[in-house]
Design a protein around this ligand. Structure first.
Ligand code: FES
Length: 305
């Protein structure tokens, strides 16, 4: 298990603390009280951050070193929270022989974390698991308990980031923004755009889809919308249904957050990854990609090298 202390801020509530203190009181003085207390603590908080370990040590009246030693010795305990997106790669035999070990290593490299850890922004956690009963799709991983066949992925061909869409006649109001505080911003519920708008201090208006956010802005119900730049390029400006809306600002840059990269996923083991890479290389070389990108206003998004 990962024994590093999580950098994700601890967000325990008073209610959780009260529950933990009651649990400790019920076990205090018993032999071997530490194990059931730590199991209960993990049920209450989902993990065992140092703040919880200190509470356990204090109320059981035992050294913190002892609590830490047990918390890190048994694999059932974790010192890291789970992310908003819980990724678990199956390292069962059928998946492992089909390369799930490589998938696990690559994910760790891309996210900058090891198995059992969570990214500092609390978004992604990575774990290894045993057979999830989908060996026919091997190699597989689960994302928030949903099984997905692990894939081979092409080289990245496109970038994406969150951008702000607003009425063209209000452009002066949005120039030089460094925060979205005081603005009512339409976002797709549960999307990266919602995260971005909240982080930048907006009052968010969650709706069902990115297209709906544009309706909100066009009807004047919200000041602006935060959506993917790829979507903004296709749906706003001259010749579109939202000709009066424009987009500007890379909100990922404003939040010092990296842009996303898109690749195409194929079932691992097929030769389509190489075929796609070759096709893309040729289409870039003969100018087809650049031409298509210019037609749809996506020059900044496609990767031309
Ligand atoms: S070994 Fe991975 S799903 Fe069975």
């Amino acid at each position: 298990m990962a024994t590093t202390i999580s950098a994700v801020p601890f967000n325990g509530t008073k209610e959780q603390e009260q529950k933990l203190i009651e649990l400790i009181a019920a076990h205090k003085g018993q032999r071997g009280a530490l194990m059931p207390v730590l199991q209960g603590a993990q049920e209450i908080y989902g993990y065992l951050p140092i703040e919880v370990q200190k509470l356990v040590a204090q109320h059981l009246e035992i050294p913190l070193e002892e609590v830490y030693g047990v918390s890190t010795f048994y694999s059932q305990f974790t010192l890291n929270p789970k992310g908003k997106y819980k990724i678990s790669v199956c390292l069962g035999t059928a998946c492992y022989v089909k390369g799930s070990g490589d998938v696990f290593a690559k994910l760790g490299e891309c996210l900058g974390i090891q198995g059992g850890e969570c990214t500092n922004d609390g978004k992604f956690s990575l774990d290894a698991c045993r057979c999830v009963g989908a060996c026919g799709l091997a190699p597989v991983m689960t994302i928030n308990d949903e099984v997905t066949a692990a894939m081979g992925v092409s080289e990245p061909y496109c970038t994406n980031y969150q951008t702000l869409v607003y009425p063209a006649d209000r452009a002066a109001d949005f120039e030089g923004l460094t925060s979205l505080e005081g603005l009512s911003i339409a976002v797709e519920s549960g999307s990266a755009g919602e995260d971005a708008a909240e982080e930048l201090g907006a009052t968010t208006v969650p709706v069902q889809s990115q297209a709906n956010t544009l309706m909100e802005v066009a009807s004047g119900t919200s000041d602006a919308a935060v959506i993917d730049v790829l979507m903004a390029a296709e749906m706003t400006g001259e010749g579109t249904s939202y000709g009066d809306l424009v987009y500007d600002l890379n909100l990922n840059d404003m939040r010092a957050e990296a842009s996303e990269f898109y690749g195409v996923g194929f079932r691992k083991g097929s030769d389509l990854v190489d075929a796609f890479n070759e096709f893309w290389k040729q289409a870039v070389a003969d100018g087809t990609v650049e031409q298509i990108a210019a037609t749809y206003g996506l020059q900044d998004a496609v990767i031309l090298e």
